[in-house]
Design a protein around this ligand. Structure first.
Ligand code: ADP
Ligand code: MG
Length: 459
């Protein structure tokens, strides 16, 4: 339990730092299997030698950093190859084939197995999806599709920013259809990377017929993150043909993308118009109530106990996406359960910063200044200028606060960005807003709105 929690937190953090395909390829089957309390070495298992070498060489630093932020007593990591099949581990151990002796092996099998036939992960269900104003349309569309496969909305195209639940919805649709029709329908979930790889492999190995057969035999094709397909001519063409064959035979196609069809720059026109010919819905940013509801649902699902106050605080501060919400929650629980310490404001702040920092790299100071100036209807020049009028001073202070809060800029840097002011001015502004937020709900509300805009624009 403990090790599982640590590893889950580590994975949550790594997931935010590397690309999704890399994450899935290298970390999906990794586990933390042991910690040597004496020398602080932990043992991480990987499913094969290749993965072991790759992870060790490429990701050691990130993993160690992340582990140490959770448990300062961890000093080093050893990597071992452990097959996921417990029977194999045992017999290998007997024959002494595992390079390290595992003192206390706890090869926890992934309880929820991905179905190799459909690629669906049973963890994603319609029931575990929290519905609110930001996703109710998408949810309703998925529900309709699962009830009337291939007939109602075809294709169903769901788009929205990172971590807002697209994969969850797509997989839940697949699982729901599978549950209803059992062996009667052929469901396949693939990421567009997987599709691209299959096509590239087939071309190279002259096995295109196999691939064609596989994909065109499907009743429900669920394809995640389609935006990557744009511009890859051969793949796009193959997808277009596959799409047509399925479509003409009333097979259901469900697609996700990080943007609407019109905004995938290199997508061929005829494919774009096919996408737009079905139903297009988006998932957007959850509001406070929904963020809190999601946290509560997760806590309940996992049987954790976390103080209401903490959940409220997380829901207030973590606004960018649901993946980050989960990341912070996992760490909070880890901290309380594994370390046996109570969460305090300072620690919570640290956890939130750690988790959310890595994803704010697309945001620039200029963008923040622009959004604040738009919001208060004062010009950026005014914000940077010398005016002491209160309708300028307040937004300027809020802007300073946000540069600190979102971008973690240093005070001198903040001063410089806002018209070469002294760093003490920046400190004063940040402290003032920090105090005021707690006393004035309307100010808090405004700052949240601005932050949402900032994240939305950069996401
Ligand atoms: P995306 O594919 O849009 O990047 P994901 O579907 O991977 O996002 O969602 C990120 C995480 O947040 C997943 O663990 C998912 O289960 C969870 N999640 C997203 N939306 C919801 C929701 N409405 N209710 C419950 N969990 C959600
Ligand atoms: Mg996704």
């Amino acid at each position: 339990m403990e090790q599982k929690e640590i590893w889950k937190s580590v994975l949550g953090e790594i997931e935010l730092q590397i690309s999704k395909p890399n994450f899935l390829t290298w970390f999906k089957q990794s586990q933390l299997i042991n910690k040597n309390e004496k020398d602080g070495t932990v043992l991480v298992s990987l499913p094969n030698n290749f993965a072991k070498e790759w992870v060790k060489n490429r990701y050691h630093k990130i993993i160690l950093g992340s582990l140490r932020s959770l448990d300062g007593s961890i000093k080093n990591i050893d990597y071992v190859v452990v097959s996921q099949n417990p029977a194999v581990i045992q017999s290998n151990q007997k024959r002494g084939q595992v390079s390290k002796t595992i003192a206390n092996p706890q090869p926890t099998l992934i309880e929820l197995k991905i179905d190799p036939k459909t690629n669906l992960n049973p963890r994603y269900t319609m029931d575990s999806f929290v519905v609110g104003s930001s996703n109710e349309l998408a949810y309703a569309a998925v529900q309709a599709v699962t009830k009337d496969v291939g007939k109602k909305y075809n294709p169903l195209f769901i788009h929205g920013g990172v971590g807002l639940g697209k994969t969850h919805l797509l997989q839940a649709a697949g699982n729901e259809i599978k549950k209803t029709y059992q062996e009667g329908v052929n469901v396949l979930y693939v990421t567009s990377e997987k599709f691209i790889n299959d096509v590239v492999w087939a071309i190279r190995n002259r096995r295109m017929e196999d691939v064609k057969k596989r994909y065109r035999n499907i009743d429900v094709l669920v394809i995640d993150d389609i935006q990557f397909i744009g511009g890859k001519t051969a793949t796009e063409l193959e997808f277009f043909y596959t799409f047509n064959v399925l479509y003409e035979n009333n097979k259901q196609i469900i697609i996700s993308s990080d943007r609407p069809p019109a905004a995938i720059p290199t997508l061929e026109e005829r494919l774009r118009s096919r996408f737009e010919g079905g139903m297009t819905v988006d998932v957007s940013y959850p509001d406070y109530e929904m963020r809190l509801a999601i946290l509560k649902t997760k806590v309940q699902e996992q049987g954790w106990s976390v103080e209401e106050k903490i959940l409220e605080s997380v829901a207030t501060k973590v606004q960018r996406n649901i993946r980050e919400l989960e990341g912070v929650l996992n760490k909070v629980v880890f901290y309380e359960q594994y370390k046996g310490e109570k969460m305090n404001t300072k620690k919570l702040e640290e956890i939130i910063n750690e988790t959310t920092q890595v994803t704010s790299k697309n945001i620039t100071a200029t963008a923040v200044i622009k959004i604040v100036s738009d919001f208060f209807e004062v010009s950026p020049d005014d914000l940077m200028g010398r005016s002491r009028k209160s309708e300028v001073v307040k937004p300027r202070q809020i802007c300073m606060y946000l540069l600190r809060d979102i971008l973690k800029l240093s005070y001198p840097h903040i001063g410089e960005k806002l018209g070469n002011r002294d760093h003490t001015t920046a400190i004063h502004a940040c402290e003032k807003i920090n105090r005021d937020i707690n006393q004035k709900p309307s100010l808090n509300q405004r700052i949240m709105l601005i932050k949402e805009r900032v994240y939305k624009d950069s996401g």
